[in-house]
Write a protein that binds this ligand. Structure first.
Ligand SMILES: [Zn+2]
Length: 173
């Protein structure tokens, strides 16, 4: 009698353990799925609604900066610009690139071998259009600027391939 009781207690305990383990696993799976799929959107220092951006930017600037579009190569007057100055974000005026690091990449887009500071831009893996590229966005407002590639000149070997529409040029006085 005592032995059966012990056996039952053990079986009960094991069952409870199994149920608990499976519940924990379910909770774990749900929480992992939630974290992957519902990661809250990263807050930017400058946050505006798409309506607000549309009022401040031209249609083409919105297409590039907000919808991650790409301007036609050789369409930007900044591509050939050789004046000394600072290139700022067309959406929020944050300094992004210096004329000192601009070079002629032959791509038809304004190209730089490094941003003006480590905190000026953010690089994000972009898997759109069946390619894996590194997208470059303005760190402050999140505006899409272009992409960075590994075929640039020394000293970095990087090519920041930017849309002229995403930039404004401030000539050094
Ligand atoms: Zn910006």
């Amino acid at each position: 009698m005592l032995a059966t009781g012990k056996f039952l207690a053990k079986a009960n305990f094991q069952q409870t353990l199994i149920v608990l383990t499976s519940k924990c696993t379910t909770i774990l799976v749900i929480s992992i799925t939630y974290n992957i799929n519902f990661k809250p959107k990263r807050m930017r220092e400058i946050e505006k609604t798409e309506e607000e951006w549309q009022k401040e930017l031209t249609g083409m600037q919105c297409f590039v900066l907000r919808e991650k579009g790409t301007e036609r190569p050789y369409s930007s007057p900044l591509n050939d610009n050789k004046e000394e100055g600072i290139y700022v974000c067309a959406a929020c005026d944050t300094p992004l690139f210096s004329s000192e690091t601009k070079y002629d990449s032959g791509s038809g887009w304004p190209s730089f071998y490094t941003p003006i500071g480590e905190q000026s831009v953010e690089e994000i893996v972009d898997k759109a259009h069946g390619m894996i590229r590194t997208e470059v966005v303005c760190r402050k407002c999140g505006g899409h600027l272009g992409h960075v590639f590994n075929d640039g000149p020394k000293p970095t070997g990087l090519r920041y391939c930017m849309n002229g529409l995403a930039l404004k040029f401030n000539k050094t006085a």
